[in-house]
Design a protein around this ligand. Structure first.
Ligand code: DGJ
Length: 729
């Protein structure tokens, strides 16, 4: 396993337990070609697959048809301007205004472990866990060095890729696109799975056939977005939830992204992924280097569930750094849907009083505690406690909450500025804007220019002062609008195209500072719900608020899409009030609990005002959380039924790694009249083990539970749910 180089054949072979990736250097010019990615193979001599000598497209023997060759060869990293007319990854403009680039292999290095990516979040692994290949390529005409970096995680079937680009020439060049990954697939008989939505409808799964032509997803909003998601899977047509080949690609980045499958003239696929080129240009002066974010690629021949398990294990072990990633998180109650802006010390203490008696462990004070913020029209940036609302100050409030045996958490939106704020009145130039043009408002706010260090330093200091003024155990880091009017007062004209990426780098720098200085604080990412639920944020935050839609039924689809890639331990999920604030639907309190239990679990309601009946269920849910959170955090997640496809039922399951126990969640979304009970087939158990189901007398083998199934009794109403605990006997 690991990486080997066959010198005679000029072949690199990257192996993990179940996957092999092969690269070939061909021809005296050193074109770097993609040979194979898929199920593990022992052979190295597969270079014939690139068919680089197939007449008439042979650069060595028939240079006359060079363009035909360039437009057909499966490049490991595609470039623009010299004859490959498919989607380029790299487009470089020289000072004379021309743009062309052709990469040729120069040398390589192979070493144990994985380097950090400067200024960017990235996965990590020890020398025992992974091996890295760096392919150093050059374009001698413009003196550009491009390093293709591959790290193979041997035990997990994960391959990460990123690119380093260095200007070794005497003059600056301009990167007009610098994507992170190019991958060629033989044939076109594939489907593509991607995630789509909107505010309150994030990450719904979509599957479609790959056709000739291009199908692209992306964000140019400065955030990974509610609408599309930096994830794509390319799967064989016959691939199902548990069978078939799946190639997953996830970009570790929180800003503008682009991913595209292209069915080419020869009925192959070129897939590319990276920073969206639309708002991107980067001036690379002599000696400077640009590093692209990394793509985490996963191969599984065990269907979509197989890919999901690899991503979950990988992110739990090799991406999330917080000390909380392996810990049970305190059950929180957040006051947003309980009070919105209408709260004060007394109200919060009432909530804390009741919540603590029910077993809730932390009070989170959301938006509205600072400046003059009594609605969402003002005060972002004025990170000073509003003592008219919080009589006695923040420290007093936290102490009183602590006295009730609860921890305390707080909300910030550090990247924003309200036009009606003291900060804006003092520094109107700190907002992202194009000089002379009135910037567009969204939620009545502007975005701070985080490419500027002075802006970041001032905001950080304000947050730090609050953090040091009281024992704060948790922070929710929100971000509630997209970037528009891209202009910075500090960037030269030929660097304005850098703002979007520099903004993201600025956010990462601040998150790095915050997590280094406050490692004990539990940090939850958020972006108007789930507009920045991505691996970049997970590197800093062990959990992210998944959606502002807290309705249990809407959440089924949102959490299904999210959990296809991200561990359940990262999915911010709360039991909220009914009728639900987003959709006006009323669902049973138990069902809301089941859905939230498969995330971080917490409450978002006014506990002083809910019915006694609901209130009495809270201690039971708290107990379920404490009993099962270990299993939910660490186990393997399976999708059993999808409301999206079935229309009527939804079910999912978490199985412990040793297969000794499982939790089955079942929701009868719509009650069917005059119908027999639904037979549910479980997954992931050990065929030979015998299992009991809590509350039932029958003992059944794993095989019977998985292949024959168990009937789930009909429930009297819509939206009702059941939780089954299956234990090995
Ligand atoms: C958007 C978040 O998703 C909500 O949970 C809440 O924190 C609001 N922002 C506050 O403005």
């Amino acid at each position: 396993m690991g990486i080997c180089y066959n010198k005679e054949e000029r072949i690199f072979k990257l192996d993990s337990i179940n996957s092999t990736y092969i690269i070939e250097i061909i021809d005296t010019e050193g074109f770097v070609g993609h040979v194979y990615y898929g199920k593990r193979l022992r052979d190295t001599n597969l270079g014939y697959l690139t068919r680089s000598q197939e007449y008439p497209f042979t650069p060595e023997k028939n240079n006359r048809e060079r363009v035909s060759f360039l437009d057909n060869f499966p490049f490991e990293y595609s470039t623009h301007g010299v004859g490959d007319f498919r989607e380029p990854c790299l487009k470089v403009k020289s000072e004379d205004g021309t743009s062309a680039c052709q990469l040729c292999y120069k040398e390589h290095s192979i070493y144990k472990g994985k380097p950090e990516l400067k200024g960017l979040p990235a996965s990590f692994g020890s020398e025992e866990e992974c091996t890295t290949l760096e392919l150093i390529c050059i374009d001698p005409y413009i003196n550009l060095e491009v390093v293709l970096c591959y790290t193979i995680f041997e035990k997990l079937d994960v391959l990460t890729r990123s690119i380093r680009i260095r200007n070794k020439g005497a003059k600056p060049v301009y990167l007009e696109r610098a994507l992170s990954l190019c991958m060629e697939f033989e044939g076109i008989n594939f489907d593509v799975i991607s995630l789509h939505g909107s505010w309150a409808r994030e990450r719904h799964i979509q599957r479609r056939h790959v056709e000739l032509g291009k199908y692209a997803i992306g964000s140019t909003r400065g955030e990974s977005s509610h609408q599309e998601h930096p994830f794509m899977a390319i799967v064989s047509r016959e691939t199902s939830q548990d069978k078939g080949n799946v190639y997953g690609f996830n970009l570790v980045y929180s800003g503008d992204f682009f991913a595209q499958v292209e069915g080419t003239q020869f009925e192959n696929i070129r897939f590319v992924m990276g920073i969206h080129p639309e708002n991107f240009q980067w001036k690379l002066s002599t000696g400077e280097e640009f590093v692209t974010p990394e793509v985490v690629s996963v191969f599984s021949d065990n269907g979509i569930d197989g890919m999901t398990h690899i991503y979950h294990d990988f992110y739990r072990k090799h991406l999330i750094r917080s000390k909380y990633k392996d810990k049970e998180r305190p059950i929180l109650i957040n006051n947003w849907e309980a009070t919105y802006f209408n709260f004060n010390t007394e109200k919060l203490l009432h909530i804390a009083e009741d919540a603590s008696k029910l077993g809730i462990e932390m009070l989170v004070m959301d938006d509205g505690w600072f400046g003059k913020r009594n609605d969402d029209n003002c005060a972002l940036g004025d990170w000073f406690v509003n003592e008219e609302k919080l009589k006695g100050g923040l420290k007093y409030l936290v102490q009183e909450v602590n006295k009730k045996g609860m921890k305390f958490g707080i909300w910030f939106e550090p990247e924003m500025i309200s036009p009606d704020s003291d900060l804006y009145r003092e520094h109107p130039d700190w907002a992202i804007q194009i000089n002379g043009r009135k910037p567009a408002l969204s939620r009545n706010q502007y975005v701070l220019d985080y490419s500027r260090k002075d802006v970041r330093d001032e905001i950080y200091q304000r947050i730090k002062d609050i953090m040091e003024s009281a024992p704060i155990a948790y922070v929710k880091w929100d971000m509630n609008r997209a970037l528009t009017d891209l202009g910075s007062n500090m960037l030269q004209a030929d660097q304005q195209g850098e703002l979007s990426h520099r903004y993201v780098l600025g956010v990462y720098e601040l998150l790095e500072r915050f997590t280094s200085e406050f490692p004990d604080v539990l940090l939850e990412g958020c972006s108007g719900g789930g507009a920045r639920f991505d691996p970049g944020i997970l590197y800093y935050c062990p959990q992210i608020w998944c959606s502002d839609d807290t309705d249990a039924i809407e959440r089924l689809q949102i959490q299904e899409g999210t959990a296809m890639v991200y561990p359940l331990s990262t999915i911010g999920a709360h039991v909220s009030d009914c009728p639900n604030h987003a959709v006006g639907r009323s669902t049973p309190f138990e069902t809301r609990g089941y859905v939230a239990l498969t995330g971080t679990f917490g409450y978002e309601l006014d506990v002083t005002r809910i019915s006694d009946e609901d209130k009495q269920l809270i201690p039971k849910q708290v107990e379920l959380y404490h009993t099962y959170n270990n299993l939910i955090r660490n186990g393997d997640y399976y999708r059993l039924l999808s409301y999206r496809e079935e229309g009527q039922y939804d079910a999912w399951q978490v199985v412990s790694k040793d297969k000794s126990e499982a939790l089955v969640f079942y929701i009868q979304v719509l009650k069917r009249p005059n119908y027999r009970s639904k037979v549910l087939k479980l997954k992931g158990l050990e065929e030979k083990f015998m299992y009991s189901i809590q509350g039932q007398e029958r003992i059944l083998s794993g095989g019977a539970l998985m292949y024959a199934g168990i009937p789930i009794e009909n429930m009297p109403h819509d939206f009702e749910g059941k939780l089954l605990h299956v234990v090995r006997v």
